[in-house]
Design a protein around this ligand. Structure first.
Ligand SMILES: Cc1ncc(COP(=O)(O)O)c(C=O)c1O
Length: 389
C-alpha cells in the first residue's frame, strides 16, 4: 500500500508558499531523515561509539535498500562514496590507459562526467563528445562514435539539462559485445525512474543521494559489477578497504573481496543514517508508485505550463524519454531573470539549457504544481512587460 497523501504531507513539511521544483538540483529531506539524524546525534552525545554495531547495521541496511532499488545481485556490489564525481574518478584512475584510446560521452554531460575523462588527456586518451539533446536517436549516435580504440562509454541515465532518458539496455548490450567499459552517471535516474544494473549490463553506476533519493549531499552509491571489480585497480588506500578490517596489527593485507575496497577509511555514518531513512521512504511507498506518481506530475506540469503563450518545451515528449525533469523556454524572456522572479514569488526551479528546469518529485501535490504554473504564467507576462524585479 502506498503512503497516504496525509502521511506524505507530514513527511515533507515544506514551508507554505514554497513551490519546490528542484529535485534535480538538491532535494528536501523527508521528516524521517531529519529524525534519524537527530537520533544519531543524540546517541553520539550520550552513548558515543558504544552504538557502533547498530550503526553498522544501518549501513548494511542502506546497501540492501540500494541494491534492491537498482536490482544489484548483492548488497556488497553497492559501495558508499563521497559523491558521483569521486566514483567517476575512481573509474578513470582504476583502468589502465594507452595513448590513442578514446572515451565516448554525450556533449551535454554535467561537468563531473566530462572533466574526469578530459583529464585522461595526459595519457594520450581522447574524449569524443556526441551531441544528444537534439538527436532523434542518441544511442545510435553514441554507438556510431565508438571504434576499435574506444575503451569506455560514459553516459547519464537522464540528461540533467532536459531530462532526456537514455536506453541504457541498448548501450549496455553494445558495450558488452565490443568489450567497452560501460559507466552510468545515474544521479538523475535512480529514484525517479526504474533502474536495473543487470538489465543495463553496466560495469559501474554511481549516484549521490541528494536528488531523487531525497538524502543529504555527500553520500553516493557506487555500484561495481563483479566483472568490473576484477578490472578496476584501487586508487585510495586505508584501514577500511582491506579483507580483514580491524586486524590492525597484521603486516600483510589484501583487498576487500567486494566493492568495499573502494571505501578507504572511516565511513560517513551521519549521512548513512539520513539516506537510509530517505530511501526507506521510497521503498515503503513502493517504487512503482513513486515512478508512476512522478510521471503523472510531469505530465500534469507539462500540460499546464505549455499553455503559457510562447512556451517551448525543451524536454522530449515521448514517454520512454521522459524522466523527472521538464525544461521549458519562454519566448521573449531571459531565463536568468525569469528564474529570479520565480524565486521571489516562491517557485524554486533552476535555469538550464536556455530554459527553466522544473523538477517535482512523486510526493509533490498537484495543487502545488498548479500554483507554480500560475505563478510562472504571471512571471512570464511580467517579464514581457519589462516590469522591474
Ligand atoms: C548528471 C549529474 N552528475 C553529477 C552531478 C553531481 O555530482 P556530485 O555527486 O559529484 O556532486 C550532478 C548534479 O547536478 C548531475 O546532474
Amino acid at each position: 500500500m502506498p503512503l497516504s497523501p496525509d502521511v506524505l504531507a507530514a513527511e515533507f513539511p515544506l514551508q507554505p508558499g514554497l513551490c519546490y521544483l528542484n529535485h534535480a538540483g538538491v532535494a528536501p529531506w523527508p521528516r524521517r531523515a531529519a529524525l534519524a539524524v537527530e537520533a544519531f546525534a543524540r546517541e553520539n552525545t550520550t552513548l558515543a561509539a558504544s552504538c557502533y554495531p547498530r550503526w553498522l547495521a544501518v549501513e548494511l541496511r542502506l546497501r540492501e535498500q540500494l541494491a534492491r532499488l537498482i536490482n544489484a545481485a548483492s548488497p556488497m556490489q553497492v559501495g558508499l562514496l563521497k559523491n558521483t564525481s569521486e566514483g567517476l574518478s575512481f573509474v578513470a584512475a582504476g583502468l589502465s590507459w594507452k595513448p590513442g584510446q578514446n572515451v565516448v560521452i554525450a556533449r551535454e554531460e554535467f561537468p563531473s562526467n566530462r572533466l574526469v575523462w578530459e583529464a585522461l588527456g595526459r595519457h594520450g586518451v581522447a574524449v569524443r563528445q556526441v551531441p544528444v539533446l537534439d538527436s532523434a536517436d542518441p544511442e545510435a549516435d553514441l554507438i556510431a562514435a565508438c571504434d576499435v580504440d574506444t575503451r569506455l562509454l560514459s553516459i547519464s541515465a537522464c540528461q540533467y539539462i532536459n531530462g532526456m532518458a537514455i536506453s541504457l539496455e541498448r548501450l549496455g548490450e553494445y558495450c558488452r559485445r565490443r568489450d567497452i567499459f560501460f559507466v552510468v552517471d545515474a544521479i538523475q535516474g535512480i529514484g525517479a525512474l526504474p533502474f536495473d544494473v543487470q538489465a543495463s549490463q553496466c560495469d559501474v553506476a554511481v549516484a549521490d543521494g541528494h536528488k531523487w533519493l531525497l538524502g543529504p549531499e555527500g553520500l553516493a552509491l557506487f555500484y561495481v559489477s563483479d566483472r568490473a571489480l576484477e578490472r578496476l585497480a584501487v586508487s585510495e588506500y586505508g584501514w577500511h578497504m582491506v579483507a580483514r578490517v580491524g586486524d590492525y596489527e597484521r603486516s600483510e593485507w589484501g583487498l576487500s573481496p567486494d566493492v568495499r575496497r573502494f571505501e578507504c577509511g572511516s565511513p560517513n555514518l551521519l549521512g548513512t543514517h539520513a539516506l537510509e531513512a530517505s530511501v526507506g521512504l521510497l521503498l515503503e511507498h513502493g517504487e512503482s508508485h513513486v515512478f508512476n506518481q512522478l510521471r503523472c506530475n510531469i505530465e500534469f506540469l507539462s500540460s499546464s505550463v505549455e499553455q503559457i503563450p510562447g512556451a517551448e518545451s525543451l524536454s522530449p515528449r515521448s514517454p520512454d524519454r521522459r524522466s523527472g525533469i521538464l525544461t521549458v523556454a519562454f519566448a521573449g524572456t531571459d531565463p536568468g531573470r525569469l528564474d529570479r522572479r520565480l524565486r521571489q514569488a516562491g517557485v524554486f526551479a533552476a535555469v538550464r539549457g536556455g530554459g527553466i528546469r522544473l523538477s517535482p518529485h512523486f510526493y509533490t501535490p498537484q495543487a502545488v504544481l498548479a500554483e507554480a504554473a500560475g505563478i510562472l504564467a504571471r512571471c512570464v507576462a511580467a517579464e514581457r512587460r519589462g516590469e522591474s524585479l
